[in-house]
Design a protein around this ligand. Sequence first.
Ligand code: PMP
Length: 326
Amino acid sequence: MEYAENILGTIGNTPLVKINKLAEEIDALVLAKYETFNPGNSVKDRMAVKMIEDAEAAGLLKPGGTIIEGTSGNTGMGLALVAIVKGYKMVCVMADKQSKEKVDILRAVGSEVIVCPTDVEPDDPRSYYSTSKRLAEETPNSWYVNQYDNLSNRKAHYETTGPEIWKQTDGKITHFVVGVGTGGTISGVGKYLKEQNPNIKVWGIDTYGSVFKKYHETGEFDEKEIYPYVTEGIGEDILPKNVDFDIIDGFTKVTDKDAAIYTQRLAKEEGMFLGNSAGAAMKGLLQLKEHFKKDDVVVVLFHDHGSRYVGKMFNDDWMREKGYIE
Ligand code: PMP
């Protein structure tokens, strides 16, 4: 018989899928690392397991404990699955710009969800960063995950996602393109791939309203770069410890409108029903096309599933309201 001991045994070993119509203008082979095949429907299951197992090993998380995290949803989903299997209580603190589906899904898997205002400074006591830290201080036998600065996050990708991509491409990958939020995915995968072949180029997808691109290019943390944006999952107004700027060759920024339109196009033209950051990554890859030659193998990682965005990027009334379509 062939079966997993529990749902956590199905995390990882996701497929690599060729992108066809949307990559027609690109000479290289373009492949998607398709992370929605994870049980929580996103790449985040990988780092959720790793962060929890490392915290257990370090004695930070004890039996019957409460896991607390500020999360846009996918990390919360991954953590919630691990919490269920391992018997912990899960509390997720979210910003109110996140889709309602994400809140409902987290509650469906037994997580307590606390919603905080988006448009306040990170050090404002109402922000989701501050609220999750405060809850962790006030709750006995709790552990604050902190996916931004917890380096088990990028280690998960160094140990699993990176080696999978290397093996699936027979070591032929030349470029890795991926959206950057906490930086765990790009830093872990990028480090592993560059250790195998230092010529591999690693590109980050950023969003307008985020600090990453400017910081990478100038070393300056420019607060003028920070303003509210619609794109979910990528871009930050802080510099998370998980972002290893040294392994990143460059960033390109994608507009909210383009990210939303390409999220729809991936579904309609490739049958890839994916989240908003996949649209941003696909459009960002096209913006980088002059970097790719005929025999190159470009891998783009798609983080999460479209079901979490049915009320937004997949809803034409919402798209019209935002002025993204006529
Ligand atoms: N896309 C989505 C949908 C996400 O939830 C995240 C995580 N914030 C990312 C992209 C970025 O991944 P990472 O945090 O590993 O940089």
